[in-house]
Design a protein around this ligand. Structure first.
Ligand code: ADP
Length: 185
């Protein structure tokens, strides 16, 4: 089973992806986590990405596309995976579609986490106190939403046209979202 989780920052994609991945025994691929790990261990990719991530901007498409290609080719992905935080731009979406076609992989569903910006910002600011992520401050959050609107929102239409988009109300509690979206999976 191959699932893509799409939605604004703070919509709970990562939390739900982790929970569902555990339930289904599938890898959870989080581009944000992969990039933060590159930063942590101080690779060249990490050095390039850090400034952009801290500012709330996207890191270059070539980079995230290559990291994704490498990750989904790992043996643990052969029975499927849940991918969150990718694609985030039209170029990334088209590259992912091409990767799936080249490897004869079938995308099952794209889960779109619908949440208002007001609610999402509230969550990110409260998370800031707990996790201390460098990009959970007001300036970076503002940029992340601008980037989301401009680069990522068009993907809702892109996937709607494939008939694979499923929308969920991400304003519910963690348990309610999980129950209503994934109890049948
Ligand atoms: P959130 O969804 O809360 O913004 P993520 O952990 O998914 O958090 O992403 C954090 C940051 O990592 C993004 O703001 C961006 O800088 C970078 N990033 C993650 N995924 C991508 C991607 N697919 N393309 C470009 N940059 C990305």
């Amino acid at each position: 089973m191959i699932l893509i989780f799409l939605g604004p920052p703070g919509s709970g994609k990562g939390t739900q992806a982790k929970m569902l991945a555990e339930k289904k025994g599938l890898p959870h691929i989080s581009l944000g986590d992969i990039l933060r790990e590159e930063v942590r261990i101080g690779t060249e990719i990490g050095r390039k990405a850090k400034v952009l991530m801290d500012a709330g901007k996207l890191v270059p498409d070539e980079l995230t596309i290559e990291l994704t290609r490498r990750r989904i080719n790992q043996p643990d992905c052969r029975n499927g995976f849940i991918i969150d935080g990718f694609p985030r731009s039209m170029a990334q979406a088209e590259a992912l579609t091409a990767m799936f076609a080249a490897q004869k992989l079938n995308l099952d569903k794209v889960i779109y986490f619908r949440l208002s910006e007001t609610e999402a910002v509230k969550r990110l600011l409260s998370r800031a106190g707990i996790e201390g992520r460098a990009d959970d401050n007001e300036a970076a959050i503002k940029t992340r939403f601008e980037v989301y609107e401009k680069a990522t929102r068009p993907l809702i239409d892109y996937y709607q046209q494939t008939g694979k988009l499923f929308e969920i109300d991400a304003a519910q509690t963690i348990e309610q979202v999980f129950q209503s979206a994934f109890s049948g999976l």
